[in-house]
Design a protein around this ligand. Sequence first.
Ligand code: ZN
Length: 261
Amino acid sequence: MPGVSLRDLFPVPSLMKARNVLVVQPHPDDAEWGAGATIAALTSSGAEVNYVTVTDGGWGSVDPEVDPSELARRRREEQAEAARVLGVSEMAWLDFPDGNVPTGADPALRSPLVRLIRSYKPDAVMGPDPWLPYEAHPDHYGTGFAVAAAVVLAGLEPPYRLPGLNAHSPAMLAMYNTSRPNTYVGVDAFWEKKLSAIAAHSSQFQGPVWEMGRLYLRAQAEELAARARALGKAGPGVTLVESFKVLTPLHLHCNTGAEEW
Ligand SMILES: [Zn+2]
């Protein structure tokens, strides 16, 4: 078929058309930080969004006296409030100890993720981009690789069989915290919801830390909006953008062009 490009054969799906989204995050607050405004936009357009948090978040402190299990309890409550702000339906917790996410798409993590994908049957799965250069937190790249593997493997029947959970292939994986975005979501109308959801994580974001965090997020969203406008991927009135690398399961296996798509 001369004249048909690979991009024509494997187009990137539209994230905002997803109606059932499963969001996977390494720690409480990661999804709000990387994708909170988009999640709010999705739920307010009627999409169902459910969360999977991989770890208990017990390492999220610089206080030498902190009790990690007490912190984990508090963070679960904070996450529930953040999810309520964003309109998230259900929260699943995998309860890996913070800092101990297996790396290399280990079955200990990808197996429960495959089962959750088969159970919720999302058309879009969100996870952190494991191919982010200079990402040094093993929980983040560990989670990202396991999510990408689970998106590919959930569509095959034999792996991790359980009664009633047949193969389900999501239409797309949308990776947040990415340096190679191909999807720009204008989020001006949902920015305050994102900030409220992050602020619900009061064990993490207080005083000067949160002040700096808000400045960082806004500067990042404004830069992404400028880039999206220059690419013709956002209208002139869009001033705040969250970005994603969106790929299909077909892009995610033996596809040498996926980096640029
Ligand atoms: Zn994290």
